[in-house]
Write a protein that binds this ligand. Structure first.
Ligand code: TEU
Length: 544
C-alpha cells in the first residue's frame, strides 16, 4: 500500500456561507475563514475542504457556478482568496476546493451562448434534445425539480439537468468543453491549491442514448427518479482518469470523488492505486440509509467497502457534511447522551480505515434545530422534498417533521463561536440553532472534557500512530445490535476499538485486556479489563 500524506491527514470541511461573517452582512466570507485559521490549525487537521466559493446566483448555495474563475462577491474577491491560501499554507494547512463540473449555473456564459442558437459553437457544451411526441425527451425526474428536462423556448429544444432547473448538465462528450474545464482546473492548481473534492463526478458520463427508465414511477409527477441510470455509467472510470491525467496527476494534490450511488466495485475503478484516478471517494450507503439505519447495517457496509478497497484503493469516512443533518441527532442521542454519543461517533470515524472528514460544528457536537415552518428553510432540496411529499398526499406537518430530522439546512445553521453567538454582527442568512447558549466553540474550548477536546485527541492520536491509518481491520462482532468492536493491527501492534451504541450498560464479549489509550469516560493510561463492560455510549480504544 502506498504511503501518502492524504491518507494520514484529517479533513475539515468549511461551508463558507455559515462559518464566519467578517463584514456584518449576515453571510460568512473568506475574511471570516482567515480569522479562524488558527482555530482550524489548533484542532490538528491537515486539510480544509472549502465548499464552493465561486461566483454563483446561489440557487444551490454555490453548487450552481456562473464563473469558475471569480469569487462570489458576498464571500470576497480573489485577493481575499489568495490571502486565505497563503494564510493556510503558512500554518501548515492545505486547501482543497470544491470542483462542480457535472453542471454549471444557467447564468454561466457557456450556457448563455449554448442556448442562444442551435449553431452556436458552444451549443454542444450542454445536453440538448428534441421533445418526443410533444413531451420531454425521456421520463427522468431530477434531484431538485419534477423533471430532469427543461424546454428552452428560444430554440425549442430541451436541456438536461440532473439537479435544479438552473443547473444545466455539461456535455462531457464535447472535447472543447473538457479542455476548458481542464484549463480551469489547472488555473486553480497553478495557484497552489492542494486538491479538489469532485462534486457528483460519477454523473459526468451519461448513459448512451439517454433512454427512459423502465422502473415504476416514484415521484409525485409520475416521472422516474433513477440514480442507477444517472450515475456510474460505462466509460465513467476512463473519463475520471482522463480528467486526472490532464490535471491532478501533474501536481502533488489529493482528490476525493463525491460518488453517490457507487458500489465498492465502481469505487475501486475510480481509486485503484496506480491507475491514475482519484485519491479516494465518499461512500454513500450509510448516509443514504440514515432514515432506517441499524448498527449491523452500518457494520456490514463498512466491511463490504473496507474489504473491497483495503490495500488497493483508499476510502474516506464521514457521517456529516453540508448535505446531511447533524450526526449526533441521527446516529447518537442528542439529548441525554449528547456528549458521550458525539464522542463515540467521532471515535468510530477516526479509527475506521480511511481519511476522516469533519464537518464544521461537528467538533462541538452541534445538533439539529427545529424549523417551525417550511418558510424558515432555505435549501432547494428541502423545498423539493416538501413538494414531493405533500404532492403525494402527505400532510404538511408530516413533511415538516421529516425535514426537522433530515433537511440539509440542519447542517447549514451558522457556526456558534460563543454564546452571543458570534457568527455575524448582522442578521444571519439562516436562523441560528437556538442551542448556541450551551453549544458553542468558546464553551467547548474552555471545558477540558468537551467533544472538541476529544476530537483534538483523536486527531493527534491518528497523526502519531500509523496503526490507525494503515492497520488491517477486523470486525469482531458483526451481528451485535449495539456493540461495534473491531481491531486495527499493524506489525504486531493491535488496537481494539469498542463502541457501545446504546444507553444501556453492556458486557464486552471479547478479549479486551490492555491499556486504555482513549475513552470518552476518561481513564487513559489505566488498564482495561473486560469485566468492566461498556457504559452508555462508551467508546474506548485499547492497546492489546
Ligand atoms: O450532492 C450530490 C447529491 O447527490 C446530493 O443531492 C445528495 O444526494 C443529497 O443532498 C443528500 O441528501 C452534491 C452536493 O454535495 C450538493 O450540495 C449539491 O446540491 C449537488 O451535488 C449538486 O451540485
Amino acid at each position: 500500500m502506498e504511503i501518502t500524506w492524504w491518507k494520514e491527514t484529517v479533513v475539515y470541511q468549511v461551508y463558507p456561507r455559515s462559518f464566519k461573517d467578517s463584514d456584518g452582512d449576515g453571510i460568512g466570507d473568506l475574511r471570516g475563514i482567515i480569522e479562524k485559521l488558527d482555530y482550524i490549525r489548533d484542532l490538528g487537521v491537515g486539510v480544509i475542504w472549502l465548499s464552493p466559493v465561486y461566483k454563483s446566483p446561489n440557487t444551490d448555495n454555490g453548487y450552481d457556478i456562473s464563473d469558475y474563475r471569480a469569487i462570489m462577491p458576498e464571500f470576497g474577491n480573489m485577493d481575499d482568496f489568495d490571502a486565505l491560501l497563503r494564510g493556510a499554507h503558512e500554518r501548515g494547512l492545505r486547501i482543497v476546493m470544491d470542483l462542480v463540473v457535472n453542471h454549471t449555473s444557467d447564468e454561466h456564459e457557456w450556457f448563455a451562448e449554448s442556448r442562444s442558437s442551435k449553431d452556436n459553437p458552444r451549443r454542444d457544451y450542454y445536453i440538448w434534445r428534441d421533445g418526443v411526441n410533444g413531451g420531454e425527451p425521456n421520463n427522468w425526474a431530477s434531484f431538485y425539480s419534477p423533471s430532469a428536462w427543461e424546454l428552452d423556448p428560444r430554440t425549442g429544444q430541451y436541456y438536461l439537468h440532473y439537479f435544479a432547473v438552473k443547473q444545466p448538465d455539461l456535455n462531457w462528450e464535447s472535447r472543447e468543453m473538457r479542455e476548458e474545464v481542464y484549463d480551469m482546473m489547472r488555473f486553480w492548481l497553478d495557484k497552489g491549491i492542494d486538491g479538489f473534492r469532485c462534486d457528483v463526478i460519477n454523473a459526468t458520463k451519461k448513459p448512451a442514448g439517454l433512454p427512459s427508465s423502465e422502473k415504476p414511477a416514484n415521484t409525485a409527477s409520475g416521472r422516474v427518479f433513477d440514480m442507477d441510470m444517472m450515475f456510474n455509467n460505462p466509460g465513467q472510470a476512463e473519463l475520471i482518469r482522463e480528467i486526472a491525467r490532464n490535471t491532478l496527476a501533474r501536481y502533488d494534490v489529493m482528490s476525493v470523488g463525491e460518488t453517490c450511488g457507487a458500489t465498492p466495485e465502481n469505487a475501486l475503478d475510480y481509486v485503484r492505486e496506480g491507475s491514475g484516478g482519484l485519491s479516494m471517494v465518499f461512500h454513500f450507503e450509510i448516509v443514504d440509509n440514515k432514515e432506517r439505519w441499524t448498527l449491523p447495517f452500518i457494520k456490514a457496509v463498512q466491511r463490504k467497502w473496507i474489504g473491497a478497497l483495503h490495500g488497493k484503493g483508499w476510502l474516506s469516512q464521514y457521517l456529516s457534511n453540508h448535505d446531511q443533518p447533524r450526526q449526533v441527532s441521527i446516529y447518537g442521542d442528542d439529548a441525554r447522551y449528547r456528549v458521550e454519543s458525539a464522542k463515540l461517533l467521532a471515535t468510530m470515524i477516526h479509527t475506521l480505515p480511511g481519511t476522516p472528514y469533519i464537518y464544521q460544528g461537528e467538533e462541538i457536537g452541534m445538533t439539529n434545530t427545529r424549523f417551525s415552518s417550511i418558510d424558515e428553510i432555505n435549501d432547494i432540496q428541502s423545498h423539493h422534498t416538501y413538494n414531493e411529499m405533500t404532492g403525494r398526499g402527505a400532510p404538511p406537518e408530516e413533511a415538516l417533521a421529516h425535514l426537522n430530522r433530515f433537511s440539509r439546512d440542519q447542517a447549514r445553521t451558522p457556526m456558534p463561536w460563543d454564546d452571543t453567538p458570534g457568527f455575524t454582527a448582522g442578521k444571519p442568512w439562516l436562523r441560528y440553532n437556538p442551542a448556541f447558549g450551551e453549544i458553542n466553540v468558546k464553551a467547548a474550548m474552555a471545558d477540558p472534557d468537551s467533544i472538541y477536546h476529544h476530537y483534538k485527541k483523536l486527531i493527534a492520536l491518528r497523526k502519531a500512530n500509523p496503526v490507525m491509518v494503515y492497520g488491517d481491520f477486523e470486525d469482531l462482532l458483526p451481528d451485535d445490535e449495539h456493540l461495534y468492536v473491531y481491531t486495527r493491527s499493524l506489525g504486531g501492534e493491535v488496537w481494539l476499538v469498542a463502541l457501545n451504541f446504546s444507553a444501556n450498560q453492556a458486557a464486552l464479549p471479547v478479549n479486551a485486556e490492555g491499556e486504555i489509550i482513549l475513552s470518552n469516560y476518561g481513564g487513559a493510561g489505566a488498564k482495561y479489563t473486560a469485566d468492566a463492560g461498556l457504559r452508555p455510549y462508551e467508546a474506548v480504544i485499547i492497546r492489546r
